[in-house]
Design a protein. Sequence first.
Length: 282
Amino acid sequence: MLIVHRKKNVTKLIDQSILSGKSIGLVPTMGSLHKGHLTLIKQAKDKNDVVWVSIFINPIQFNNINDFKKYPKNLKKDVNLIKSISKKINVFVPNEKEIYDGTPKLKIYDFKNLDIELEGKYRENHFNGVATIVSKLLSLFKPNDIYFGEKDYQQVLIIKQLIKIEKITVNIIICSTVREKNGLALSSRNNLLSISERNESSIIFESLSFLKKNFNSLKLESIKKSIIQSIEKNKKFKVEYLEIADSKTLQIQQEINLKKSYRAFICVNVNEVRLIDNILLN
Ligand code: PAF
């Protein structure tokens, strides 16, 4: 299994793969891999001749220094997990200086309002930071396919917009959210929760499922209010947002027009661990 730290070594290997007509799959991650990431990696392994997993905690997509500092890290475990899928998968682990040729510089994009609400509203420049790093990874790996999880649905739409802006030819493959038995969406941040917090966090997906069942029949504002109240009965839980948005434009909806497709999006801070999830409503 190859673990590569330098861009020039990646470029050599990518050039060889392209010359020999091999298809390249890229799974960008920030490490602390869980079953959700492993599903992406397995899909890449099934579809592509060559698979790269990148592991880099990108500082410029964090608006909160504490969130960045406490982001879970476990490279040894990550490498073993990838190995358990296949020893043929390549891993790219750059440091900040290597990937950014020095200090990171944020690029500012026009995401056509896709970054105004939800995560974009509460995490200033988060999506510019994500797009800056993904753009670098795309030009380094020149992948045929790039893999993302549906849990970060807004991120997926942002990346689609990025590839339009930068006129990059790449296929985006979106894999469904992988959940714990109790419904909690898998996330590297779940490692920061205690066992009881993990159990109690089942309320997040339960709330989304309740919305899916009832959003048609109840007034949106009152249903949202009652869900937030019931989540916040637990003093450790604080709802940052609960919104229903158009699946394509991510515009927040106060009323529903059933000809369109909607999703519900939620962000809950559990003892200051930020958890997000979303569900397709119709
Ligand atoms: O989804 C993530 O883990 C990150 O935002 C990504 C796409 C790896 C960019 O740092």
